[in-house]
Design a protein around this ligand. Structure first.
Ligand SMILES: Nc1ncnc2c1ncn2[C@@H]1O[C@H](COP(=O)(O)OP(=O)(O)OP(=O)(O)O)[C@@H](O)[C@H]1O
Ligand SMILES: *[C@@H]1O[C@H](CO)[C@@H](O)[C@H](O)[C@H]1NC(C)=O
Ligand SMILES: *[C@@H]1O[C@H](CO)[C@@H](O)[C@H](O)[C@H]1NC(C)=O
Ligand SMILES: *[C@@H]1O[C@H](CO)[C@@H](O)[C@H](O)[C@H]1NC(C)=O
Ligand SMILES: *[C@@H]1O[C@H](CO)[C@@H](O)[C@H](O)[C@H]1NC(C)=O
Ligand SMILES: *[C@@H]1O[C@H](CO)[C@@H](O)[C@H](O)[C@H]1NC(C)=O
Ligand SMILES: *[C@@H]1O[C@H](CO)[C@@H](O)[C@H](O)[C@H]1NC(C)=O
Ligand SMILES: *[C@@H]1O[C@H](CO)[C@@H](O)[C@H](O)[C@H]1NC(C)=O
Ligand SMILES: *[C@@H]1O[C@H](CO)[C@@H](O)[C@H](O)[C@H]1NC(C)=O
Length: 848
């Protein structure tokens, strides 16, 4: 009997204890949220609006969505141990989120569209029945990362946490979620690669777009996510090729734009059966432009590197070189430089015979390339030198290369090649040292070319050709040297062709003074476009109407720089090509004169359009035009910074060095110039490298040049765009003449920023005003005193991108300017002399 009694007491105690728990938490909840729902005055919380209880008066559901609630949640909310549903979405709740740890019955958690400020550690632990969680659009959460605890939620179907300030990488835990269908993590700051455990998952909707710095690495794992139907990966930093998606037959919406994807668009993509929507713009995709079915809304954009602006096969040399690039995994450096459909138009690592436009030299030395040597080199029939040394190449040397008829030098030393050592004709210098595995027993399946070339009569033919070429080369060198000595710089472009030398230095960029004299009407004053610190710039017009800008350097700024050094640096600069950099088309050395030939920018400088539009009798730039300019410049500088060497810091970025074309799209000018003239400038103390007003504070102190010097200057340009005021305005008082100092004082609030906005801008609509605020704020970050607090240019581009997109649903503008800079001056001049050329069918005459 006593026994019985005790049991009863224990039972009673338990009941009252646990119901008591819910009452306390519920009463706390009723006082911490506002306005408290009107039915929440009674004692029995189970009757309250939005609350559901079970038979034991334990709360199973709290549903207060869209009630305009403010306030916070009690931190011991997880005492509601029977809770299955917590729906608080679309309110303005704030404060720390309470932990949900150990709510083992919880199935649904909806917290999106609130203003919570932190996610506690252990938030997700022990949620063994969780199916749906949404915490998206809580932009003020302090940074948190995706927790490994989530693995305990094996029933998870939907995880949404977009715009929730998540940092770190996506953990490799997706094997644990056999039912996961929705993963939405857009607009965070996730970095790193897609986890391997995505492979084989049943995810249907995958939203990972618009990460602040960008997810990176390859997209290969997507090819095994066969349940996918909506895939948003845009605005990240993914690299490599678009994988084979032929097994992902349900995909209807695929957003890949704004990444760094390279390579050809695979046929498996264009033939996806359910595709309705795809974006590919702003990548570095190569090869023929893909053709999608007419039912597909596809944007390919102009910012890819398809060989032609319309669908169709690439030039055969281009096709072969793309196969070569493919064997190397389409490295980004090749994807960036190899633009257009003419492999001889300044593609890096490639040199051509300028009369036949056949590739004669491929020099991939020291590029850190990995991958294999493509047998497609064999299609480059005029190839003389193939330099592949100092990379990380594997596989075998394709034997078919022994039949390249004009090959003189093949250097594959310092790699990791294997397989047999093919026998080349005797006249071929074949360097293959420092490949530890080469010539040892052939590893099976090492990819040796099946096309073995029978040696024989060809060798002797090859030898004859070799001897003939050597003789020609020798004669060429001797006569060239003599010509130079006797007549100074060559007068005709094709005479400057060094390609007959065994290892030329891409010599066809030199332009004679006579040609430049003629195109500028004898350097007439009427042709002066402007004068800068380095010299005078003249407008020039070629016979076919193509315009160029010729910069004649002041002789004193060149100082003691030797001709060889000057030329070497120019050679580098002519290879730096980007849509938003003013292309250096050629150069001329004439006695002490140094001239640089640039593409012509019809609308002159940004500074003229910002500060002197009345004088120009043009309308002032609209805000839309200004942000577009900012993004263009950002992209140009980002590209410069992405080039490896220290020297690709601009050092003199300013609105006078930003030029506009007829569409008011911007390109950055004068990159590399400071470096070229700098040696001669050391002694000249009147002019620092850089321009006052754009120089960061640390520069004055240390003189140290880092990329952050450009970021600062870019910030000042943004301020000029917002305010319409010059970086230095000497007509103003001491407190306000330095734009950066003046502007930063107003950055404390939006109302204050309003005072800085250029009066001529139309700020009547919200979107414009918000956009201006964002740019002003970005300008503030870029001009932070501490260089380490300034963002890098990729961040800048990511901030500006969406602002431009708001106005730019179609890429029409960009399409029209496609390929504008893909042709070199010497080629135009050459074409001039050869009216039968087909080049202009691809590039209209004024498209330079
Ligand atoms: N590619 C071009 N197309 C059209 N106009 C140009 C081009 N390059 C320069 N100009 C014009 O020539 C002017 C002088 O250019 P330059 O680059 O010499 O001077 P800057 O950039 O103003 O100063 P600095 O070179 O001393 O930094 C420019 O302001 C611009 O109006
Ligand atoms: C929550 O439960 C813990 C013990 O499980 C208890 O100490 C605490 O007082 C409870 N809080 C509320 C508000 O009921
Ligand atoms: C919450 O309540 C609303 C009605 O007030 C209802 O439409 C909604 O489906 C409920 N949500 C959940 C998760 O039960
Ligand atoms: C959850 O339960 C585990 C074990 O049951 C316990 O160790 C842990 O402290 C609990 N966590 C919280 C936050 O209550
Ligand atoms: C295509 O995607 C865009 C952007 O995500 C969207 O606005 C549009 O509605 C989509 N169209 C289709 C057919 O899915
Ligand atoms: C090939 O390229 C490497 C690296 O850019 C360079 O050092 C080398 O001089 C080049 N070789 C020839 C023969 O041009
Ligand atoms: C240039 O290449 C084409 C085809 O690739 C070939 O027919 C032609 O003979 C080559 N010219 C020379 C000079 O090698
Ligand atoms: C060379 O490539 C292999 C794989 O192909 C890679 O594991 C290795 O790290 C690479 N080495 C260098 C120095 O890049
Ligand atoms: C060379 O390649 C082999 C496989 O072909 C690999 O095991 C080895 O690590 C590589 N060596 C280097 C230095 O990359």
């Amino acid at each position: 009997m006593a026994h019985h009694h005790l049991l009863f007491i224990t039972f009673f105690f338990l009941i009252s204890f646990s119901t008591g728990d819910d009452a306390v938490v519920m009463s706390k909840l009723s006082t911490s949220i506002f306005p408290t729902p009107s039915t929440w005055k009674t004692n029995n919380f189970c009757d309250w609006e939005g609350i559901t209880c079970d038979n034991s008066n334990r709360v199973t559901s709290v549903n207060l969505s869209s009630k305009s609630l403010t306030g916070t949640l009690p931190l011991d909310l997880n005492n509601l141990s029977q809770l299955k549903t917590l729906a608080l979405q679309r309110n303005s709740l704030s404060g720390d989120l309470p932990t949900l740890a150990n709510l083992t019955l919880l199935e649904q958690v909806l917290l999106d569209n609130n203003n919570f400020v932190s996610v506690p550690s252990g938030f997700f632990s022990g949620l063994t029945n969780l199916q749906t969680i949404s915490i998206s659009d809580n932009p003020n959460l302090s940074p948190w990362s995706l927790p490994n605890d989530l693995t305990q939620s094996a029933s998870l179907q939907s995880f949404a946490a977009s715009n929730a300030n998540i940092i770190g990488s996506i953990p490799d835990i997706f094997y644990n979620f056999p039912n996961l269908e929705n993963l939405r993590l857009s607009y965070n700051n996730l970095i790193g690669a897609l986890p391997a455990s995505f492979g084989g998952s049943k995810i249907v909707n995958l939203w990972l777009n618009n990460q602040e710095q960008g997810l990176s690495g390859s997209l290969d794992v997507i090819s095994s996510m066969t349940h996918l139907s909506q895939v948003w990966l845009q605005a990240n930093a993914f690299t490599g090729t678009i994988p084979d998606l032929s097994k992902c037959i349900n995909i209807f919406d695929l957003q890949l734009r704004d990444n760094q994807l390279t390579g050809l668009v695979p046929n498996s993509l264009t033939s996806l059966p359910n595709l309705a929507n795809i974006t590919l713009e702003n990548n570095k995709l190569q090869g023929p432009m893909p053709v999608f079915q007419s039912s597909v809304a596809a944007t390919l954009g102009s910012n890819n590197n398809f060989c032609l602006a319309t669908p169709g096969n690439c030039d055969p040399q281009v096709t072969s070189l793309l196969e070569v690039a493919g064997a190397l995994g389409y490295p980004i450096s090749l994807a960036v430089s190899w633009e257009g459909n003419n492999a001889c138009a300044h593609w890096s690592f490639i040199s051509c015979d300028s009369s036949t436009e056949n590739v004669t030299i491929v020099n991939f030395s020291k590029q850190k390339f990995s991958g294999t040597i493509s047998p497609s080199f064999r299609n480059l029939i005029s190839l003389k030198s193939l330099l592949l040394s100092d990379n990380n190449l594997t596989g075998s040397i394709p034997t078919i290369l022994t039949s390249l008829p004009n090959l003189q030098l093949l250097d594959v030393s310092y790699n990791n090649l294997s397989g047999i050592i093919p026998e080349f004709p005797q006249h071929v210098r074949f360097l293959h040292g420092n490949n530890p595995l080469l010539g040892q027993t052939i590893p099976s399946g090492s990819g040796g070319s099946p096309l073995q070339h029978p040696k024989g009569s060809l060798v002797s033919t090859g030898m004859v050709i070799g001897i003939v070429i050597s003789v020609l080369v020798f004669v060429g060198i001797v006569s060239c040297a003599c010509y130079y000595k006797c007549y100074g710089a060559p007068t005709k472009l094709h005479n400057t062709d060094h390609n007959e030398m065994p290892i030329p230095e891409n010599g066809n960029l030199m332009i004679s003074i006579q040609v430049l004299d003629q195109v500028t009407n004898h350097f007439s004053d009427n042709n002066v476009l402007g004068r800068g610190g380095f010299g005078t710039v003249y407008k020039g017009e070629l016979d076919d109407g193509t315009m160029v800008a010729v910069k004649r350097m002041k002789s004193d700024v060149m100082g003691t720089k030797g001709m060889k050094e000057f030329r070497a640096e120019i050679e580098v600069l002519t290879k730096v090509r980007h849509r938003h950099l003013v292309a250096l088309l050629g150069y001329c050395i004439d006695g002490n004169d140094r001239l640089l030939v640039y593409e012509y920018m019809q609308q002159g400088t940004l500074s003229q359009h910002l500060f002197d539009w009345r004088g120009l009798e043009t309308p002032p730039l609209s805000w839309k035009q200004r942000v577009t300019v900012a993004l263009d410049v950002g992209r140009g500088v980002e590209y410069l910074h992405s080039l490896a060497q220290q020297s690709f810091i601009h050092r003199d970025l300013k609105s006078a060095n930003i030029l506009l074309d007829d569409d008011m799209r911007a390109k950055v000018a004068d990159f590399g110039l400071v470096k070229i003239v700098l040696k001669g400038m050391y002694s000249v103390e009147t002019r620092l490298a850089g321009t006052f007003g754009y120089l960061p504070p640390e520069y004055a102190g240390t003189g140290r040049v880092t990329r952050k010097v450009d970021v600062y200057a870019f910030g000042v340009v943004l301020m000029e765009l917002v305010s319409g005021r010059k970086a230095i305005d000497e007509t103003l008082s001491d407190e306000s003449c330095h734009l950066a100092t003046w502007f930063r004082r107003f950055l404390v609030s939006k109302e204050n920023i309003t005072n800085c906005i250029d009066q001529v801008l139309d700020t009547s609509d919200e979107v414009t005003l918000e956009s201006i605020f964002k740019v002003a704020e970005l300008a503030g970050h870029c001009t932070a005193c501490d260089p380490f607090k300034r963002p890098n240019m990729s961040y800048v581009v990511n901030v500006l991108g969406p602002l431009v997109e708001q106005w730019e649903p179609s890429q029409l503008n960009e399409d029209q300017t496609y390929h504008r800079h893909h042709i070199s001056l010497p080629h135009v001049l050459q074409v001039n002399e050869d009216t039968n050329s087909m080049l202009f069918n691809v590039f209209p005459p004024n498209s330079i």
